[in-house]
Structure formats: structure tokens, C-alpha cells
Design a protein around this ligand. Sequence first.
Ligand code: PMP
Length: 377
Amino acid sequence: MPADFVFSRKPITIERGEDVYLYDDSGTEYLDMGASYACVPAGHGHPDVVGAAQSQLADLTFVQGSYPTSARDELYEKLSSVAPPGLDNVWLCNSGTEANEAALKFARSATGGTKFVATKRGFHGRTMGALSTTWKPKYRKPFEPLLADVEFVDYGDSEAIADAVDDETAAVILEPVQGEGGVNPSTTAFLEAAREATDDHGAALVFDEVQTGLGRTGTFWACEAAGVTPDVVTTAKGLANGLPMGATLCADWLAEDAGPHGSTFSGGPAVSAAAAATLDTIVGEDLPGNAAEVGDYLVDGLSDLPVRDVRGEGLLVGIEVGRGANRVLRDLAIQHQILALPAGRTVVRLLPPLTMTREHADEVVGALEATLEVTEA
Ligand code: PMP
């Protein structure tokens, strides 16, 4: 049994990264169109983030969370300043699943409800609570029984969500654009229906923006574009541009009654410094604006290809291909040195660093065109 029995090992050993590029152990350059699971919105090795983390590492790598630090206080301030209106209470953790775990716990504690409503094809993480609200049987089955009181509704079905939420509901949790589930944007009407149903029954509305947030969809949060404000937004992945950090941003009524929760590494100084520098970069370099502009350009180019569908928002793009996505991905990597991700069996998913340019988009469209000629022939 190899030492890492969970990940499937790719046949490339990565040694170095710079902006949108990764380099393997023989010096070959790869265009990282998956941003390493969306974890480097500011690009690999952004000098401001690296500098902030290095200097904080030298001063104070870690201290227990009960002591305030200027690094964490600064991050609280920055996160509050970019949070959706009213969601300026910040819980820091180390991953997306933990950010959602906290959201579910805070919602139970504050509402007294036990039930959760989630969406078919939704993905919220792999710890037991978050996994209970994740839909795909492949992820759930071997670990059942999970939390019993979870109801899944069709993504986009406003009536179903209105019917599912009742006075026992602690929270509705959903992604404003489903990522792992195939890159499925929602309608504004669906988000509004979720808002109305949770308001009517005193439940919390949780938007999981672990994949969509931090500018990826063209606005800082995907929910901004829809004009629907939830009670909780969760974020992680790119928050510290590649160092592990997640956050749960919540409204006062949830923060006031959140119950006992904790985590040893919550908001450690080094990751906090990296996250503050990442937020500065995203805002200062207008990466949401670049995601909107280059995302539109990319989708335009992709729409001319012989594929079944191209969909997404900003730089979260799904391409529905006729044959298995993994074949296309393998060909892109080996023939064209472009790394991307699947989202299910038939969808190639692009979620690059938000620093990506139109030239990179041209390169990707050209490579996909050549690849599809081979794999779809
Ligand atoms: N929520 C969403 C929407 C995600 O895409 C992911 C990761 N793919 C998670 C939660 C879980 O994040 P993590 O792997 O950091 O726990």
C-alpha cells in the first residue's frame, strides 16, 4: 500500500509554482487551470503573500487562540470589510469542511432546530456533519449512518425548497454555483426562494462559497450578483492563497448564540498574515474584475468548440464534453501541459488563478480544440 492511499497519484511530480504556472521535477512548465483545487486565486507564490507569511513565520509562527495577535485582528478587520452586509462576525478555521461544520453547529445552537435542507449534487465537505449535507452517494455510502435529519431538494426547484423548510429546520445550505456537482449556476429566483423559506421559519440560510467566493465568479461573493444576502457565508480554499484556512462569516443572531465551538489552529498568526495579504491582493489588483472579464472571453472562445455545453460564472467554468472528462484531462496534461479538473464524469472544470489573462484563455481554447478532435473522433 503506498503511503498516500487516499489520493490517486498523477504521473507528474510538481516542484515549483509561479503565478499561473507549475513546474515539474524536470523543469517542464504546466498551465495550472485548476489553481490547485482553487487554492491560489492570486497565483502561485504571489510575492506579497509569501513575504507576509515569511515575515510572520519568523516573528511568531503560532500562539494559542486565546491571546489576540495583530495578525489575526488585522484579518478580522479585512474579512469584515469584504463580508456581505451584516455578516461581519468571523470564525476562522483550517478548511472548507470545517467552515461548513461550524455553520451547521451555529445554526443548530441558535435556532434549536435539528433539520438541515441541502441540494442534490451539492458538495459541502467530508467531515461527518458537512458530509451529511453532501449529496453524492459515492462520498456518503461507506460512512453511513450520517446525520439523519437532512433533506435534499432539486437544485433550482423553488417550490421544493419552500416545502422542505419547516419550523424544525436549523439551516438551508447550498452553493450559489455548484462546483463539484458539475458547475451548475443557480437562478436568482431559487436563492430568493431559499431566503424567503428560511425567513418564514426562523432558519439560517448558509451559502457555501468555498469554491465560488473571493472573486472567482466576477464579484467578491457569488451571492452579491444575485442580490440575496444569507445569514452565513463560508469560505476556504484560496483564502490564504495556498495555506490552509477557512472562515465562517455570520450574522449577529447566529454569533450571539453560537454555542461552544473551537479549534486549536484557528487564526494562527502565519496563516492569518497570508490571508490578509491575499485579501489585499484580490481587492488591490481587482481580481474579481479580471475574473469577470477574462471569464467572459474564455466562455466565448469555448462556445465555438464541439462540446455539449459551456456554463459557469467568471472563472468557474464547466465544459460538458461528449466522452469521459478524464480522457480529455489526461490529453490536455500530457499533450498540452495544461492542468484542469473534472466535475463529475463528463464535465471538464476550469477554475484557474484569477490572474489569468486573455492569452492564457486563447491557449486553453486552442488546446481543447485539438484535444477534442482526438478524443471525440
Ligand atoms: N464546499 C465546497 C463548495 C467545496 O468545493 C469544497 C471542496 N471541494 C468544500 C466545501 C470542502 O473544502 P475542504 O476540502 O477544504 O474541506
